[in-house]
Unconditional design. Structure first.
Length: 69
């Protein structure tokens, strides 16, 4: 499951201030800031967190995995 969240959205949702610390150099090897992130090319399930609420995302995942039973 690929939880697809753009970097700017993740930073905006960061209540712990980790992205701010990483940008200031206080956190090293922070994915997306000073450590590269490569999105999966062929994720079986992709959840777009910009277009879905957490509840919608959870329901979407359940709908996707139920046929796999």
């Amino acid at each position: 499951i690929f939880v697809d969240t753009p970097l700017d959205v993740a930073e905006g949702r960061d209540v712990k201030g980790l992205y701010k610390k990483a940008r200031a150099g206080d956190l090293k090897n922070f994915t997306g800031i000073d450590s590269p992130y490569e999105a999966p090319l062929n994720a079986e399930i992709r959840v777009n967190t910009v277009e879905m609420t957490p509840v919608e995302a959870a329901a979407f995942i359940v709908r996707q995995i139920m046929p796999l039973k």
